[in-house]
Write a protein that binds this ligand. Structure first.
Ligand SMILES: Nc1nc2c(ncn2[C@@H]2O[C@H](COP(=O)(O)OP(=O)(O)O)[C@@H](O)[C@H]2O)c(=O)[nH]1
Ligand SMILES: [Mg+2]
Ligand SMILES: [Zn+2]
Length: 312
């Protein structure tokens, strides 16, 4: 038998399959077995020690784990320890995410300020700085593209415009993802997330959905989260389709999730420390900012409901 009981290895959970976890480890840990292919990574089908369940430790994609009882031949192992998480994104459930790339399409489906903002807010809530990936730019003119880039700049976000039709922006995006440990692609269904992964990582071939001509909305094709290798140390995940992310937030903390408001608040302070930036005297927030009406509308709903608020 090829099982090494004593040897352990550190890895990362890249997918969940039924009751199993798929863990990627460096095969340099197993030089004897893979002497011809050193530094390659291998993926192992893992179970977990029951003590982890007793400790109430739930393991998700992105978790860094230690495995033992490695069976290289059959590619099996057992997880016996989980590292504390640095961050956690709820939907999709991925631990240790370092970048959330919010994909927003210029058309098919049409740009929607509230929807785009809700996706940005989920990343801000998880304390992960988002990057906007503006997709399908082959569908608009250069002038309109500049308007989008400026819009996002005013919101306080960087944006990388891309098209898989003419490969514009693709190299820039690959470069960015290769500098990042774990990137998750998020955004409404139909904006081209899965197509982008297939384009960026040609060895992956995920099913994509054509946008319904009638509804101009995508159907939900991606069902589970899996981390794919993009470069030596970088992983990239698609998001199962959903269009209304929930933002659970207190009214007092809501404004801190808008970078354009934060920019103003670092320059000068509102008169009242607990200012909600409504009609308080001495409020420094510019009410003409593009996303102010969105903030205001959601804030009022938050205040009027006693339950934990869910934006949308
Ligand atoms: N014109 C154009 N269509 C695209 C582009 N990227 C993706 N699409 C189309 O958009 C549709 C939805 O793509 P999909 O990847 O399933 O979107 P997802 O729901 O975000 O994963 C498909 O019909 C794709 O062919 C692009 O850059 N330009
Ligand atoms: Mg998809
Ligand atoms: Zn204020």
């Amino acid at each position: 038998m090829n099982i090494n009981k004593t040897k352990t290895s550190k890895g990362i959970v890249v997918a969940l399959k039924a009751n199993f976890l798929i863990v990627e480890i460096h095969s340099q840990d197993s030089k004897a077995e893979f002497s011809d292919k050193s530094f390659q990574k291998i993926r192992l089908l893992c179970t977990r020690r029951s003590k982890l369940d007793y400790q109430g430790l739930f393991i998700d994609v992105g978790d860094k784990v230690f495995v033992e009882s490695i069976d290289y031949k059959n590619k099996r192992a057992v997880i016996f320890e989980v590292e504390p998480r640095k961050s956690f994104l709820k939907r999709p459930a991925v631990a240790n995410v370092t970048l959330v790339s919010i994909c927003i399409s210029v058309d098919e489906p049409l740009f929607d300020l509230a929807q785009a903002s809700r996706f940005l807010l989920t990343a801000e809530c998880a304390n992960i700085k988002p990057l906007i990936v503006l997709t399908k730019i082959d569908l608009i003119t250069k002038n309109n593209l500049i308007l989008y880039i400026n819009k996002f700049k005013h919101w306080g976000y960087d944006c990388i415009p891309v098209s898989i039709q003419n490969s514009e922006g693709i190299n820039l995006l690959i470069e960015r993802f290769r500098k990042t440990k774990i990137t998750v692609l998020a955004g409404p269904s139909g904006v081209g997330k899965t197509s982008l992964i297939n384009h960026l990582i040609p060895t992956v071939s995920l099913p994509t959905a054509s946008v319904s001509k009638k509804l101009k909305r995508g159907t939900h094709t991606t069902r589970h989260v899996e981390l794919f290798a993009i470069g030596k140390e970088s992983l990239l995940a698609d998001t199962p389709g959903f269009n209304r992310p929930e933002i659970v937030c207190e009214p007092s903390g809501f404004a801190s999730l808008f970078p354009e408001f934060q920019k103003e608040l670092t320059k000068s302070r509102c008169k009242f420390r607990n200012c909600l930036h409504r009609d308080e005297p001495g409020c420094v927030i510019d009410k003409d900012l593009e996303r102010y009406p969105f903030y205001r509308e959601n804030l009022e709903e938050m205040i009027n409901s006693n339950l934990p608020y869910q934006a949308g």
